[in-house]
Ligand binder design. Structure first.
Ligand code: ATP
Length: 223
């Protein structure tokens, strides 16, 4: 493990299996026939145009909503577990209270997630050590994204589900995300990333899932 790798504890053996998932919104079929599985050390890159259902799929994977049909099985050490036991989610909304400082926000989340308070080290890892005492309401958009990344590291969850993590990030921020995800995967984690950008080879086991159905043919499994 290198200095920036995330310690996710004793390498858990986990798999998330998705079988024949379909989801509609209103009268529109977003996707159907989506099947894949992800194991430690793997990365799945979810592509698709605006409104194709990337966020909706990620929310299913995080256990926040239910599919119309199909199965998602989250398993750890051979036993089915709840999504929250495996998945750390980084979405579009940061969910930080604007009156709390960056440091206070992470202390709050560490307590809520019942994980060790490694606040200082994760703030440093995302380049926010010097902004630790700034209210989150006064952070820039990119700094808020970095803080959300720090919370994801803090969560110690083995599967990172990330929705457009590079949005609002500068070039250094994009490189930082790539290296943190690489480190996470190297230390036995995995990641599912939705992005408009082409897939990045952050893992030797990178696959791509393209959502392009919207009311027509089923989306295929990742190549
Ligand atoms: N709760 C909801 N109620 C009704 N429609 C919804 C709901 N959530 C999503 N949708 C619709 O489902 C479609 C897919 O939305 P989603 O956010 O998953 O797309 P996306 O691929 O992430 O898009 P983008 O690239 O623009 O972020 C959109 O047409 C959206 O309006």
């Amino acid at each position: 493990m290198s200095k920036t790798d995330v310690d996710i504890g004793k390498s858990p053996s986990f798999t998330v299996s998705v079988r024949d998932l379909s989801l509609s919104r209103g009268t529109a079929l977003l996707f159907s026939g989506v099947s894949f599985s992800i194991d430690p050390g793997q990365l799945i890159w979810v592509n698709g145009g605006n409104g194709m259902g990337k966020t909706s799929l990620l929310r299913l994977l995080a256990g926040f909503s239910r599919a119309d049909s199909g199965i998602i099985d989250w398993s750890k050490d051979g036993r089915s577990v709840a999504a929250k036991d495996l998945v750390g989610f980084q979405g579009h909304h940061d969910a930080f209270k604007s009156a709390l400082t960056a440091h206070e926000s992470l202390v709050f989340w560490a307590d809520l997630m019942d994980v060790p308070d490694d606040t200082d080290s994760v703030l440093k890892a995302v380049g926010l050590a010097m902004r630790a005492d700034v209210r989150t309401g006064a952070l820039s958009a990119g700094q808020k994204r970095r803080l959300a990344l720090a919370r994801l590291m803090l969560s110690k969850k083995p599967l990172w589900v990330m929705d457009e993590p590079t949005a609002a990030m500068d070039t250094k921020g994009v490189a930082l995300i790539h290296s943190l995800v690489e480190g996470h995967i190297r230390s036995g984690g995995s990641a599912i990333i939705a992005s408009h950008n082409p897939a990045q080879n952050m893992s030797a086991h990178t696959r791509r899932l393209t959502l392009n159905t919207l009311d027509d043919a089923p989306a295929g499994a990742p190549a």
